[in-house]
Design a protein around this ligand. Structure first.
Ligand SMILES: [Zn+2]
Ligand SMILES: [Zn+2]
Length: 207
């Protein structure tokens, strides 16, 4: 039992390290691209979305609805539904008593607590970061999390090129493989595995 306890806590430290490194890759400290996990306003459970199409379909009614609820009950959250679910603690509350933050809801307690720490814009950012972190925490295995980290790092390198101009962009483009190898060396440290590129320089292998 003791050994299991130790290995589990090692595992959670490693997970947290990977999560933190993914969240750092974005401009606003929340990762690159469109993905997240939010509280479904029909069932109150966490659900995930991925990419623009996924974000659009899951927020089609203006509020987030998980896949299961969209399949069972149609894609829109009923606008006349009297209750909603707190984005932080997932408690079911009456809409008239809840605090609305950019299409998300907070219960009395969470709303009061967060409003004392953040202004409205910061509160919105805080909830967006929470959605990112939850998405990563829902990844079932370390390897799923690692794969997500690799994709994020690759997108980060591509975005650096997109945001550069002229000579600087050409320089970044010409050094793609070198930059990718640098990133993989750094990720190997963080992810606790050794990544290498195969001979044609495209596929990442894990040793
Ligand atoms: Zn749901
Ligand atoms: Zn709450």
């Amino acid at each position: 039992m003791e050994v299991m306890g130790v290995s589990r806590s090692d595992d959670s430290a490693l997970r947290e390290r990977i999560v933190a490194s993914i969240l750092k890759t974005g401009f606003n400290g929340s990762g690159v691209g469109i993905w997240g996990a939010e509280v479904c306003q029909r069932c109150g459970e966490l659900g995930t979305y991925w990419a623009l199409a996924g974000a659009m379909v899951s927020h089609a009614g203006g509020e987030f609805a998980c896949r299961g609820c969209r399949n069972n009950q149609g894609r829109h959250v009923a606008r006349d539904q009297a209750h909603c679910y707190c984005e932080c603690c997932q408690k079911r509350v009456e809409r008239k008593d809840a605090l609305s933050v950019a299409r998300r809801w907070l219960c009395d307690r969470c709303g009061a607590e967060l409003s004392s720490q953040f202004d409205e814009e910061q509160l919105n950012t805080h909830l967006s970061r929470l959605a990112r972190r939850r998405y990563l925490e829902l990844k079932p295995s370390l390897d799923d999390l690692r794969r997500h980290g690799l994709t994020q790092a690759e997108q980060r390198l591509a975005l650096d090129e997109i945001h550069a101009e002229g000579e600087e962009r050409r320089d970044l483009e010409s050094r793609w493989e070198e930059r990718w190898l640098e990133a993989l060396a750094e990720l190997s440290e963080i992810h606790g595995v050794r990544y290498r590129l195969d001979n044609n320089g495209t596929t990442v292998h894990k040793d």
